[in-house]
Write a protein that binds this ligand. Structure first.
Ligand code: NAP
Length: 298
């Protein structure tokens, strides 16, 4: 059952990969939506042609570093979509935002977490931050009689844009896994669609669930073949050692803890049932995403 149009949703992270689609989908459903953005003019331009933006979209200028604008604008909203890009400081930022939100009467937070939160305790920098943030939001929800739905996506399809250089210069997809090992991925459109459904379903339906989002598990040789199709040249899979992957990422300015995660985490589960159940359709496949987003790689 769709929510009533008296619902008001607040969105943090509105101008990023996932946030843009969440905001556009909420507006298309005529949900009053407030977005917390660093640059209002840039954001106005971004959503200028969005359906119902002129009537249903409100902009608040703010930053993680100073939450006063969030504090003075959150009252009257019953739901919050919470995506924080600062992985290192995420637990504190989400705790502060969650405290303000629940105290102001928010009943549901939809938190963009990570499937890495399920890895062995403290074995991953990304996992530890997301898990701590989840735990703090969950405790806050219990204290305030609210709910928190944690979305735990695995590796985004869009991460492939990070390694565009290897496609161009080495004609290769480079990773440290054996070539036949299937690794987890997920479409950002699927993540955004799940978020939109949860934000517009009755709050009681999802309570404080956590949804693990693994959409496609693909081995290295198969991934390389998708890029060969769009680039019209042979692309091979090149397996490097975990040490080489870390060194290459650090040379390209990745923080060492992130590079270590990418070289060591075990993300080899099969796709989960969340999208088929919640959205009533199959997950987007990596192949279809690569073919659809050729312009990102040529
Ligand atoms: N990549 C993966 O494989 C993966 C997997 C699981 C989970 N995740 C999680 O997904 C999230 C990233 O999602 P995404 O790709 O949609 O992010 P994104 O495209 O990088 O967007 C980040 C958003 O956060 C905003 N933002 C950044 N710094 C801010 C600040 N100081 N104050 C206020 N807003 C700020 C950005 O606004 P501006 O437009 O002003 O920059 C933008 O709206 C992270 O939490 C990450 O840990 C990623």
């Amino acid at each position: 059952m769709p929510s009533s149009t008296s619902e008001k949703v607040y969105v943090i992270g509105a101008t990023g990969n996932i946030g843009i689609k969440v905001v556009n989908s909420l507006l298309a459903r005529e949900v009053s939506t407030t977005i917390y953005v660093r640059d209002v003019e840039k954001s106005r331009a971004l959503f200028a042609s969005s359906t119902n933006a002129s009537t249903h979209l409100t902009f608040v200028q703010g930053d993680y570093a100073d939450l006063s604008a969030f504090k003075s604008s959150i009252a009257g909203h019953n739901r919050l979509f919470l995506l924080v890009a600062d992985v290192e400081n995420m637990p504190t930022i989400k705790q502060d935002l969650g405290t303000i939100a629940y105290s102001a009467g928010v009943k549901q937070i939809v938190d963009l977490s990570s499937r890495f939160a399920l890895l062995d305790w403290r074995t991953s920098f990304i996992g530890e931050s997301h898990r701590l943030a989840e735990e703090r939001l969950y405790q806050l929800a219990l204290q305030h009689g609210g709910t928190v739905v944690s979305l735990r996506p695995s590796r985004f399809f869009t991460n492939h844009t990070w390694t565009k250089g290897a496609l161009t210069h080495l004609n290769a997809v480079v990773d440290c896994h054996p070539s036949d090992l299937k690794v987890e991925y997920i479409s950002i459109d699927d993540i955004a669609d799940v978020a939109t459904v949860v934000l517009t379903d009755p709050i009681e339906k999802h309570q404080s669930r956590a949804y693990t989002l693994i959409g496609d598990s693909v081995d290295g040789v198969t991934r390389a073949s998708y890029f060969g199709q769009i680039l019209n040249k042979p692309i091979v899979y090149k397996q490097v050692s975990p040490q080489e992957l870390v060194d290459t990422m650090v040379k390209s300015d990745s923080p060492w803890p992130l590079a270590y995660d990418m070289a060591t985490v075990d993300t080899t589960r099969a796709p989960t049932d969340a999208v088929p159940i919640l959205l009533g359709r199959p997950y987007e496949t990596l192949e279809s995403w690569v073919l659809k987003n050729k312009e990102l790689f040529v």
